[in-house]
Write a protein that binds this ligand. Structure first.
Ligand code: HEC
Length: 131
């Protein structure tokens, strides 16, 4: 009986990386689209107020030799990018999206990347819209 309970718990807990593309899409619309555009190709309504144009986020894979630059993307969003840490035109969402840093993504070389579930969802959405 006990092992059955454990099995059910494991099944319902799901994998460590439970990325939700739909949740990421909603979040994107709420907090990213103003700059990067609803279709993520850049040119959102806030673009005119920025000194650096928000980049097209649908060609991240294409412009990185066919590999989604997951480390760069996560670090840009959560503010760990060293350039961004000194203040860039893009706001730092790390503290805002925090929650527990409980989602583990995997870099191409299998290095684990610890981030928040919300950022993991955002990354899943961005991966889904690569052209
Ligand atoms: C206030 C405007 C603004 C908002 C809001 C914003 N960004 Fe950005 N984003 C920028 C700008 C400007 C850059 C380019 C910064 C730079 O390269 O210095 C950028 C760069 C990026 C990059 C790096 C692209 C690359 O080639 O490495 C990613 C990824 C990104 N943003 C994702 C997001 C996501 C996801 C959100 C929502 C959580 C978001 N951005 C919200 C303005 C914004």
């Amino acid at each position: 009986m006990r092992s059955l309970t454990l099995a059910v718990m494991l099944l319902t807990a799901g994998p460590a990386v439970a990325q939700d593309v739909e949740a990421g899409k909603l979040l994107y619309g709420d907090i990213c689209a103003a700059c990067h555009g609803l279709d993520a190709t850049g040119g959102g309504p806030m673009t005119e107020a920025l000194t650096i144009a928000p980049p097209d986020l649908t060609n991240l894979t294409a412009s990185n030799d066919g590999t989604f630059p997951i480390v760069r993307v996560v670090f840009q969003i959560d503010g760990r990018d060293p350039m961004m840490a000194h203040g860039g035109p893009m706001p730092i969402f790390g503290p805002y999206l925090d929650g527990a840093a409980s989602a583990v993504l995997s870099a191409p070389d299998s290095t684990p990347i610890l981030t928040s579930p919300a950022i993991a969802d955002l990354v899943a959405y961005l991966q889904a819209i690569q052209s």
